[in-house]
Design a protein around this ligand. Structure first.
Ligand code: NDP
Length: 400
């Protein structure tokens, strides 16, 4: 059905490349390009051996727009899946416009020198994508991504008005390391050490990092302490579902993780501004990334499950209604299928499904869109087929 260019060969890129190759009826020609070509070649070899599918590889610096545009013009993909880092988003969108390629990513743009999360930079591309007749699909991982589709599904099928939305993200797994992050450490630590923020009655309320927390019970996992933090899908969801009175995001952390993080913060290792070291400029958090475990290598001994979902209260047929929709994903099963742990899996699978929605023409509309702006039904139908089954419960105590 179409040609796809994947940019980024890290934890998430590994899952996307494998899942795309498993759906060769949809993705007729595949190229994997990243900064380090040897990682792409290794993956391509593995995929050919396991699945018998040949994928092309290339080295590219996605921050170099002319170089990336040239690559796109020579491979001629219909869609570019961006699973590099959020810093590259705008450069890849620029190249897509120059080469006439559609775009999909899993995380919103972040400036390198400021941990600031908002869609304004990418939403500003709306007119240019519209005029070019190209589609840009933003935030197609799990959260944002599946959580956005879950909310759209709830709004379409189970509520007349959504009033309270709580997105709950639990990693009940154990990678048997003293400290490791489940996706790119730099991006992950920047996100968690920022101030918390939630939406209530038309305004955003800021909290200190990890200030608000409570024990929540997750299916098949049990109770875990869950911390309120800001997550980017809140911004687009309250805009696209204006009946929402309050929207919050919760994520679980163990005490061991938080203690390590506090120490690293206190000694300055999470700083994102450059410092001088031995006559050269280094950014402490980038140095920290270099010494922490690679999230792509955590899979082998990872046990337990992730559980991510939406807990919603609102009105249906004039009556108060509560609803919980979630997915649980086993790290072990994810590793067996793709060689990656559950967090990379739960991000890479939705990116692949979003790309399928585009290729099949069901999510194809000129402009820049967040996932909840598309019809959730075909995406929801594909989730269990691609390895992410979902479950729902009605009129239960949602604890929040
Ligand atoms: P990794 O750090 O494991 O991989 C990033 C990849 O991008 C690496 O292969 C890296 O190359 C490549 N890369 C970095 N800079 C460039 C560049 N300038 N040009 C070309 N390639 C580049 O990250 P993850 O796989 O863990 O995460 C990928 C994305 O997924 C991130 O944006 C992250 O925020 C997002 N994410 C989204 C989630 C969601 O649910 N929505 C959840 C988890 C992650 P090299 O190997 O040379 O370093």
């Amino acid at each position: 059905m179409g040609r796809v260019l994947i940019i980024g060969a890290g934890g998430v890129g590994t899952v996307v490349a494998k899942k795309v190759a498993m759906n060769a009826d949809v993705f007729t020609d595949i190229m994997l390009a990243s900064r380090t070509k040897s990682k792409c070649d290794k993956l391509a070899k593995e995929i050919e051996k396991q699945l018998g599918i040949k994928i092309a590889t290339a080295a590219v610096d996605a921050d170099n727009v002319p170089e990336l545009t040239e690559l796109m013009k020579s491979f001629k993909p219909d869609l570019c899946i961006n699973v590099a880092l959020p810093y590259q988003d705008l450069h890849i969108m620029d190249a897509c416009l120059l080469a006439g390629v559609n775009y999909l990513d899993t995380a919103n743009y972040e400036p390198l020198d400021e941990a600031k999360y908002e869609y304004s930079w990418q939403w500003a591309y709306q007119d240019r994508f519209k005029e070019a007749g190209l589609t840009a699909i933003l935030g197609c991982g799990f959260d944002p991504g599946v959580t956005s589709v879950f909310t759209a599904h709830a709004a379409k099928h189970h509520f007349d008005e959504i009033h309270y939305l709580d997105i709950v993200d639990c990693n009940g797994g154990d990678h048997h390391k003293a400290f490791a992050t489940n996706f790119n450490p730099e991006i992950n630590i920047r996100e968690i050490t920022q101030k918390g923020k939630y939406y209530e009655n038309g305004r955003w309320i800021e909290t200190e990092p990890q200030e608000i927390h409570k024990g929540l019970t997750y299916p098949n996992i049990g109770e875990r302490e869950s911390y309120l933090l800001y997550h980017e899908e809140l911004e687009s969801l309250v805009k696209n579902f204006p009946t929402i009175k309050r929207a919050r995001f919760w994520m679980t952390f163990g005490q061991e993780y938080l203690t390590h993080l506090r120490v690293m913060q206190n000694i300055g290792m999470t700083r994102i501004d450059p410092i001088m070291y031995n006559g050269m400029e280094i950014v402490p958090i980038q140095f920290l990334k270099a010494v922490l475990p690679d999230p792509g290598d955590l899979g082998e001994n990872y046990s337990g499950e992730t559980s991510i979902g939406c807990r919603i209260r609102g009105i249906k047929n004039g009556k108060e209604h509560t609803y919980y929709i979630w997915n649980n994903c086993s790290h072990e099963a994810a590793y067996k299928e793709t060689g990656a742990q559950g967090v990379s899996y739960t991000t890479g699978v939705p990116a692949t499904i979003g790309a399928m929605m585009f290729m099949k023409g069901v999510w194809r509309r000129p402009g820049v869109f967040n996932l909840e702006e598309f019809d959730p039904d075909p995406f929801m139908a594909e989730l269990p087929k691609q390895g992410l089954p979902w479950h729902e419960a009605h009129d239960i105590d949602i604890e929040l």
